[in-house]
Write a protein that binds this ligand. Structure first.
Ligand SMILES: O=C(O)[C@H](CCc1ccccc1)CC1(C(=O)N[C@@H](Cc2c[nH]c3ccccc23)C(=O)O)CCCC1
Ligand SMILES: [Ca+2]
Ligand SMILES: [Zn+2]
Length: 317
């Protein structure tokens, strides 16, 4: 649409006030951010299953209605995730070439999930019991957009080991990106939009995957056929390694010295974009991460020793 670049006020899923970048004309304000890359655009599926749906237009330029919250957060959190990859890692949008970022909210009825479609992000509203609108969590938005980074770099196949690594990298960057905008990662995923009636739980914990019955050691990996061979299950194995690398700890009697979440992010970003390939296995993931840390900090650095220890602690040595 034609118009002028503007900023509007709005409220997110949790009622939190925030600004959104828009294009404004006499019809109203569109959720079209032309200040980042080739643009960030947010659409409304209006509970249907057709994507992308309709570019979001707010007639009175104020995004404060309850129905607006999912769109406000999808748009704002996509912008924050864009900024993280650009400023921290020098990558412009998910493809490094400023690719347009498209999100659709209000997908389906009571849809308890979100996904990267291969070309855009899609968010359900949840049923209000398992989930509330899924774009209401920065770690979820960053998780989904990291799938796009993976798709335009390592292209990790979404099944088995490579699929679990694909999933793990989305959880790791989901946590780190959320932490980048607060006082560090909470090492949980989707805690802000999961089971509104229950406190203190999360969809997944990187700190302790066993809280959700998920594996924290390679010997406990799932080898069945569900969930594309357990991509959302075995992801927890390397999620734990990332948690240990950042924070340190002793896991199955292996000591890891923490190096902090910024260096952890740098190592996994370099691993993802320089060394992983479509069929990377968990063993190859360890080798790739050691190589990335060696490039960044040197072969005899404490960072490299911590990467080795973190992977040993989860049974990959
Ligand atoms: O991006 C992803 O990996 C998940 C998308 C999975 C998907 C894949 C293909 C088509 C549709 C959906 C979405 C998220 C996820 O981890 N979903 C898990 C857990 C989950 C969410 N809602 C569910 C409903 C039923 C069962 C499992 C789930 C899954 O789909 O397994 C990521 C962060 C939050 C939601
Ligand atoms: Ca979190
Ligand atoms: Zn995922």
């Amino acid at each position: 649409p034609q118009g002028t670049d503007a900023v509007s006020s709005g409220k997110g899923v949790l009622g939190d006030k925030k600004k959104v970048r828009t294009v404004k004309n006499k019809e109203g304000s569109y959720l079209l951010d032309r200040t980042r890359g080739k643009g960030i655009l947010t659409y409304d599926a209006a509970t249907k299953l057709l994507i992308p749906g309709k570019l979001w237009l707010d007639a009175d330029h104020k995004f404060n209605a309850a129905y607006d919250g999912a769109a406000v957060d999808a748009h704002a959190y996509a912008g924050q995730t864009f900024d993280y990859f650009k400023k921290v890692h020098g990558r412009s949008s998910y493809d490094g070439k400023g690719a347009r970022i498209i999100s659709t909210v209000h997908y389906g009825k009571d849809y308890n999930n979100a996904f990267w479609s291969g070309s855009q992000m899609v968010y359900g509203d949840g049923d209000g019991s398992v989930f509330i609108p899924l774009s209401g969590a920065l770690d979820v938005v960053a998780h989904e957009l990291t799938h796009a980074v993976t798709q335009t770099s390592a292209k990790l196949i979404y099944q088995g080991d490579s699929g679990a690594i694909n999933e793990s990298l989305s959880d790791i960057f989901g946590a780190i990106i959320e932490g980048h905008y607060s006082d560090g990662p909470d090492w949980q995923i989707a805690e802000d939009i999961f089971t509104p009636q229950k406190d203190g739980d999360a969809l997944r914990s990187l700190a302790d995957p066993t809280l959700n019955g998920l594996p924290d050691h390679y010997t406990k990996r799932y080898i069945g056929t569900e969930d594309f061979g357990g991509v959302h299950i075995n992801s927890s194995i390397s999620n734990k390694a990332a948690y240990l690398l950042a924070n340190g700890g002793t896991h199955y009697s292996v000591n890891v010295n923490g190096i902090g979440s910024d260096k952890t992010g740098a190592i996994f970003f370099r691993t993802l974009t320089q060394y992983l390939t479509p069929n990377t296995t968990f063993r190859q993931f360890r080798v790739a991460a050691i190589q990335a840390a060696t490039d960044l900090y040197g072969a005899s650095s404490p960072e490299v020793s911590s990467v080795k220890a973190a992977f040993s602690a989860i049974g990959l040595n």
